[in-house]
Design a protein around this ligand. Structure first.
Ligand code: CP3
Length: 344
């Protein structure tokens, strides 16, 4: 079934994005580098704060490689964060230990006009990409990433995480300059993703974690339209760029997102019935969507959930993943069970 990738080493995950059906499917996990790994918790102590960790190429390279060494996943994902982009735009971003991200809120046009993307502030990130590519096994795909404009804007407007994103939606729907923030983020995201691809990333994922917070008209304007611009411009700038989109909780709007944005792969959240997705979503590789809680719980119900996903996706361009990030209390043995079951 393989066409191969002329001129490229045989990277299964990149192969799926390029059009191959591969059995067993390549596997990686969102948030595979992080707190569920004892070796991550150990090196995390070496940095004074989380952004300092992300901007230290020694530490970020090591964190990226840890899950590859332990489990041999088919892809490594750059260890970084979606909030490095607001940092490079000049926003004040910090992680209050145990409380999640904090930013100085951006709530008017003057604050938007003050933002300037300076990629020099992310030089350590691109250096990490180069080092990881140099140290990775040749068959392992390296993924870069960015947050989508809507999700990054939501953190910038609220100044933190939120359940309902009230201030962001109020401004977005009022139509009083929020689009300018989205435009700035589209420009910065294209630049940031292009620099990762040019430093050695094989493909990139765009995380729109809060896409599901919008109504359908808002989803069209603030999720689909900016993502479509990013994909078009990135493919113009970096020929052959491969892009996975993750509009989390998009529900019935997943097919529209896949058709309209031009992504090569679509990451499905835990709530999506795969039998529906296979029929409704054409012409893209699908990725997903094991419930991270199944992985945490383990046991025979984990095996059954893995088998059901494999069964539903047989014959389809598919990348095995979770429906969202792995949770910190997940036992490391359950992850070993997952990888073995998918490949066995
Ligand atoms: C919304 C979002 C963020 N960051 C990210 C998203 C989109 C994906 C999603 O929806 O989960 C993306 C992200 N964050 C991180 C990665 C690294 C690569 C990987 O997936 O392994 C990636 C791809 C590391 C991280 N980013 C963060 C950690 C934990 C902090 C630490 O280790 O000290 C890690 C490993 C911190 C972070 N960063 C963010 C939050 C809300 C938090 C705090 C919540 C939490 O603690 O999980 C913003």
């Amino acid at each position: 079934m393989r066409e191969g990738n002329p001129g490229k080493p045989d990277r299964a995950l990149l192969g799926v994005l390029n059009g191959d059906v591969i059995e067993p499917p390549p596997i990686w996990m969102m948030r595979q580098a992080g707190r569920y790994l004892p070796e991550y918790r150990e090196i995390r102590k070496r940095a004074p704060n989380f952004l300092g960790f992300c901007f230290d190429p020694d530490l970020a390279t090591e964190a990226t490689l840890q899950p590859i060494r332990r489990y041999g996943f088919d892809a490594a994902i750059l260890f970084s964060d979606i909030l490095t982009v607001p940092h490079a735009l000049g926003s004040n971003v910090w992680f209050a230990e145990g409380e999640g991200p904090r930013l100085d809120p951006v709530r008017d046009t003057a604050a938007v006009e003050a933002l300037r993307f300076d990629p020099a502030k992310l030089a350590a990130v691109y250096e990490t990409v180069r080092r990881v590519r140099r140290d990775l096994p040749a068959q392992t795909t390296l993924l870069g990433f960015a947050g989508a404009p809507w999700t990054v804007a939501a953190y910038m407007v609220e100044g933190s995480g939120s359940r309902d994103w009230v201030e962001t939606k109020r401004w977005a729907y009022a139509n009083t300059g929020f689009d300018r923030l989205i435009d700035r983020l589209v420009d910065a995201t294209v630049e940031h993703l292009a620099l990762q691809l040019e430093a050695g990333a094989d493909a990139v994922q765009i995380f729109d974690s809060w896409a599901g917070a919008l109504d359908p008209a808002g989803f069209e304007k603030f999720v689909i339209e900016p993502t479509q611009r990013i994909v078009g411009r990135l493919k113009d700038r970096v020929p052959g760029a491969r892009i996975i989109g993750f509009p989390r909780q998009a529900g019935a709007l997943y097919p529209r997102y896949a058709d309209a944005t031009g992504v090569d792969g679509l990451s499905l959240d835990t709530s999506v019935p795969l039998n529906w997705a296979v029929g409704a979503i054409k012409n893209v590789a699908l990725q997903g969507n094991l419930d991270p809680l199944r992985l945490l719980a383990g046991g025979t119900s984990l095996d059954a959930a893995i088998d059901a996903i494999r069964q539903a996706m047989r014959g389809r361009r598919f990348i095995f993943n979770l429906g969202h990030g792995v949770l910190p209390p997940t036992p490391i043995e359950h992850v070993a069970q997952l990888v073995e079951r998918v490949r066995g």
